[in-house]
Write a protein that binds this ligand. Structure first.
Ligand SMILES: [Zn+2]
Length: 294
């Protein structure tokens, strides 16, 4: 995940969804960035000519806005992630449909092959029957016993062969019956897979519309929020969003930064608990706040 800031817009690149997100942020004129950014440590308001209490209130307000902005950006990233994963969902259903179609093609090929074998055996059988008939017709013409015996043996041999072919034909016909049943079953599987694909496609299309609509709501909220954030603070935030996996502002709990899960020095933790300044984590540089901030 990577978010980077151009002069006028925030882009989230790794989602392949630059279109809907490219115009995520149109910075208000007074908030457009200036080159360079301040290194780590507390971020001070640039309005320094105020009393300490006013400055603290200002920073407190900035921190609150940053927390809200982080929530919005996390939601935007999550939506972008969901949108990106939609085609993958459809791919699974499409694969299932393709598999069902391949399976039915295989059964059809097997069915055609069995039909060919059946015809061939039927032809063989007809030929044998014709041969037997011809031989039987010749029986009357036989004069000697020896010839008669040889003649009968010839007929018997062909009949034996004929019975074998009949058995083979029977086996083929049984396989054909099984193949027809398989075909019917697979046809219903293909139909179900087609219906499932169409249904899923429609559902994902609706989900996509809904996600885009949610995205628009968050984008509008984002525009409102950044109007109140000072340029320097916003620049720091965007730098962190870009370099810290979309997470710039994180809470602290039990002296631990919940961004990098390392311990925060006790004195810094006490300062953070007051929530009157914007402190950053010594390790991950993310902006920290105490969850009791209100
Ligand atoms: Zn940290």
């Amino acid at each position: 995940m990577c978010i980077y800031l151009t002069r006028h817009s925030l882009r989230i690149t790794d989602y392949g969804l630059l279109g809907p997100i490219a115009q995520l942020v149109e910075l208000p004129a007074h908030n457009r960035l200036v080159p360079g950014s301040s290194p780590g440590g507390p971020i001070k308001s640039r309005r320094v000519r105020k009393s300490r209490s006013q400055q603290e209130i200002k920073l407190n307000e900035q921190l609150k806005l940053l927390i809200k902005l982080q929530e919005i950006d996390s939601s935007i990233l999550s939506i972008a992630n969901k949108i990106e994963s939609l085609p993958e969902k459809l791919k699974k259903t499409k694969t299932a449909l393709k598999e069902a179609k391949t399976s039915i093609e295989k059964i059809k090929t097997k069915y055609d092959e069995l039909n060919k074998q059946k015809k061939s055996k039927e032809y063989e059988l007809e030929e044998m029957e014709a041969k037997i008939k011809k031989l039987k017709e010749r029986t009357k013409e036989i004069k000697t016993n020896k010839e008669y015996e040889a003649h009968l043996k010839e007929i018997e041999a062909i009949e034996k062969n004929k019975y074998q072919i009949e058995d083979e034909l029977l086996a083929i016909m049984e396989s054909l019956d099984a193949s027809v049943k398989e075909l019917k079953k697979e046809e219903s599987n293909v139909k179900a897979a087609e219906e499932n694909f169409a249904k899923e496609e429609k559902m994902l299309e609706e989900e996509k519309k809904s996600l885009h609509s949610d995205m628009e709501v968050f984008k509008a909220k984002r525009r409102d929020i950044i109007g109140g954030i000072e340029s320097e603070v916003y620049e720091k935030y965007m730098d962190l969003i870009q370099t810290k996996g979309g997470l710039a502002v994180v809470p602290t709990k039990d002296e631990v930064c919940l961004g990098c899960h390392t311990n925060i020095p006790p004195q810094l933790y006490n300062d953070i608990k007051n929530n009157l300044d914007i402190f950053t984590c010594c390790y991950c540089r993310r902006m920290l706040y105490c969850e009791t901030l209100n």
